[in-house]
Design a protein around this ligand. Structure first.
Ligand SMILES: Cc1cc2nc3c(=O)[nH]c(=O)nc-3n(C[C@H](O)[C@H](O)[C@H](O)COP(=O)(O)OP(=O)(O)OC[C@H]3O[C@@H](n4cnc5c(N)ncnc54)[C@H](O)[C@@H]3O)c2cc1C
Length: 287
């Protein structure tokens, strides 16, 4: 690990100024759960670390105007335990509950998790189907980016190096929808997913009024299975029809071989878990 200068600003504005001052040579550190590993392996070698641990505020979890507002410095454990999140987006509380271990969730922040951009992380599939967006600030000002526009590749986002995630905004889960988050991990309970699927759905008079499916760990970024949703919406679902429709996700995933499974296995499992997730949220018995 390289030597670095450690800065501990007390406000988010000071942190933003430090990123500008050390243009390109500074990295933010929040909980440090991901960054410490990258530093130890010399995968990142910043000359300056700008810590957010002394920054006050930016950790509230509130609800207004039909959306959750989650401060970037809230811990992932706080999101999992929040009654406000459980009330307005229970799917999201469950997605955060499945991240790693309690020890990691007690330290890892929401903003660090968003910025880390590992495609196997648990929250993004749910955040995508709920239509979440992130607020970014820098010395130049603020902007809001839809989560669907944030991730571009493995560990790559559309954020500028001097931007700080300050808030996650998540519209309410539509009333009356059933939800599920399936995290398939054949190794240990605290591992990253081999395949993950988040879904919400609603039946009205036996027909699919709403269905949304998000996929994780199946390519460079989490993705939404829009073609599958379109094929299923408005139909009267059965095990066979959902099985047939789910085959389409194998065309949009792009997994890699890794210790969690071969690319071929993950591709096959993407269709299996997409079908199971839809069966759960649409109340269809597994055949
Ligand atoms: C052993 C282990 C197991 C894990 N398993 C899972 C799992 O099963 N599922 C899962 O989803 N995740 C898992 N994780 C990842 C975990 O969720 C991340 O480590 C965590 O979300 C990062 O948050 P942090 O606050 O610690 O970020 P840090 O490690 O401090 O930072 C991570 C990155 O985000 C940047 N950053 C931090 N805060 C901000 C901000 N506010 N604005 C902009 N950039 C910022 C940093 O510069 C760095 O690039 C695991 C991690 C470990 C170590």
């Amino acid at each position: 690990m390289n030597d670095f200068h450690f800065h501990a600003p007390e406000t988010i504005e000071e942190a933003a100024a430090l990123l500008v001052q050390h243009d390109g040579n500074a990295k933010l550190i929040a909980g440090g759960t991901a960054l410490t590993t990258l530093l130890k392996q010399s995968l990142v070698q910043p000359e300056h670390l700008v810590s957010l641990h002394r920054v006050k505020g930016h950790d509230a979890i509130t609800h207004s105007e039909g959306a959750l507002h989650i401060g970037a410095l809230a811990t992932q454990r706080a999101v999992e335990k929040s009654d406000v999140v459980k009330k307005h987006a229970p799917l999201l509380a469950e997605a955060y509950r499945r991240v790693a271990t309690v020890r990691i969730r007690n330290v890892a922040t929401v903003g660090g998790g968003i910025a880390h951009a590992d495609p196997a992380m648990d929250p993004p599939p749910s955040l995508l189907i709920l239509g979440a967006s992130v607020k970014l600030m820098s010395a130049k000002g603020e902007r809001t980016v839809a989560l669907s526009e944030l991730y571009v590749d493995y560990y790559e986002t559309t954020m500028e190096p001097d931007e700080i995630v300050t808030e996650l905004e998540v519209p309410d889960q539509p009333a009356g929808t059933a939800w599920t988050y399936i995290k398939y991990l054949p190794r240990t309970e605290d591992d990253y997913a081999t395949v993950s699927v988040a879904a919400i759905g609603e039946l009205k008079d036996g027909m699919v009024a709403d269905v949304r499916v998000g996929l994780g760990a199946l390519g460079p970024t989490a993705i939404r299975a829009s073609a599958l949703e379109d094929a299923v919406r408005g139909t009267s679902p059965t095990h066979e029809s959902l099985k047939e429709a789910s085959q389409s996700v194998m065309d949009i995933v792009d997994p890699i071989d890794d210790p969690r499974g071969s690319a071929g296995y993950k591709r096959d499992m993407s269709a299996v878990f997409a079908r199971r997730a839809m069966e759960q949220v649409l109340g269809v018995a597994t055949g």
